[in-house]
Every structure is written in C-alpha cells, then in structure tokens.
Design a protein around this ligand. Structure first.
Ligand code: 3PY
Ligand code: MG
Length: 200
C-alpha cells in the first residue's frame, strides 16, 4: 500500500479473498500513520510492514498503532470476522523498515523497542540514502557494512532481520548474508518471468 495500486477498497478485497488460505496476510502500510496500520489489522493482517521508520520514537508509535492496550492504542473494530475469519487474540507482528542513513544510525535503539518483531531492510531506499547501490550494500563486507550493522542489532535484541529482495537472485544474496526473512519476489516479477517463459 506504500507504492502499489492498493487502496482501502483493494485491501479489503484481497483480505476477503484470503479466507481459508494457508498463508499469512502481510500488509506494507503506506506509512507509520496510526489509522493506516489499524485498517490493515482490522482487515485481518497477521503482520504490518511499516516503511521509513527512522527513530526509536517512530518505532514505538508503530507498535502502539499495531497493539491493543495495554501495549498500544489500537482501536477495536475487526472486520475479518465478518467474512468468517476468527478474531485474532494475539498482537500482530510489527515489522519496521530500516531504509535510511538516519535509521541505520540508531538501528540498535529501534531494535530494542518492545514489540518490534522484525527489522526489515529496504535496500533501494537504504542504498539511495547511503549513496550506494543495492549491489554495493550486498558487496560491502567492510567493518562498517550497513547490512552487518542491522544484522548485529537484530541479534543483540533477539529480533529477526528481513529484507526486500524483489527477485529471487537478489533475495538469495541477502539470505547468503544471514538475513532471516525475505520478500523473494513481486507480482510484477512473477508476471514478467511467466511472460518471458511463454514467449520463449
Ligand atoms: C526499498 O528497497 O526501499 C523498499 O522499500 C523495497 O520495497
Ligand atoms: Mg523503501
């Protein structure tokens, strides 16, 4: 919902069609804004991925939006039970995206925020912010490698680290660096790969 064509109506459409599917619905919300996070969770998301979280304070705000009291301020109004999904009784996973030099500079504090369930690297924005490329991030094995810093922060806080791969080869390279959870591909990549195979 940050970059794609999905608005509220499309989210609800997808969420409804998720009924009975043996996979978790994960929503990249448009921003760390409170209402958007609640909306995705009301629709039955098991996890929200919150983009551009640049400070521990923003991470706390995201967790607060994703959690019912006492941890947070999420408002009760689940929609998923109206199409037969059981109401969730546990807090969802709140993933925060690490994708700027600013976030990297305080990633240890972000990782330590109670309720942060995953540090999710956005390599495109992170490399733009650091003045490098995705390949540059992946190739950097120096003592101050950005990737290793996020991985170490996650390990120290007991929080897994994920990354957006976008295509299987890039995802495999992140896996090779020790990333735990990957967005392996996209609908666009899969469609293009299918079209390419069909044309061949
Ligand atoms: C990034 O790489 O910045 C992303 O947000 C991936 O979608
Ligand atoms: Mg991004």
């Amino acid at each position: 919902m940050q970059h794609g064509v999905y608005g509220r109506a499309e989210l609800l459409e997808v969420a409804r069609s998720w009924h009975g599917v043996p996979a978790a619905l994960v929503v990249r919300v448009p921003s760390s804004e409170f209402t958007g996070i609640g909306l995705a969770l009301d629709a039955g998301a098991a996890a929200v991925v919150v983009p551009q979280v640049d400070s521990a304070q923003e991470a706390r705000a995201a967790v607060e939006a994703a959690s019912y009291p006492p941890r947070g301020r999420r408002s009760a109004g689940p929609l998923a039970p109206t199409w037969g999904e059981p109401a969730r009784t546990t807090d969802p996973l709140c993933a925060v995206m690490i994708e700027s030099a600013e976030a990297l500079a305080c990633v240890e504090q972000i990782a330590a925020v109670p309720g942060v369930g995953l540090l999710f690297i956005g390599p495109n924005d992170l490399s733009l912010s650091l003045g490098t490329t995705v390949a540059g991030l992946l190739d950097d094995r120096s003592a101050d490698s950005a990737l290793d810093r996020v991985l170490a922060a996650g390990r120290a806080a007991g929080v897994p680290v994920g990354a957006y791969g976008g295509d299987p080869a890039t995802a495999a390279r992140f896996a090779g660096r020790g990333v735990d959870c990957l967005a392996v591909t996209t609908d666009l990549w899969v469609t293009a790969a299918g079209a390419e195979a069909a044309l061949r």
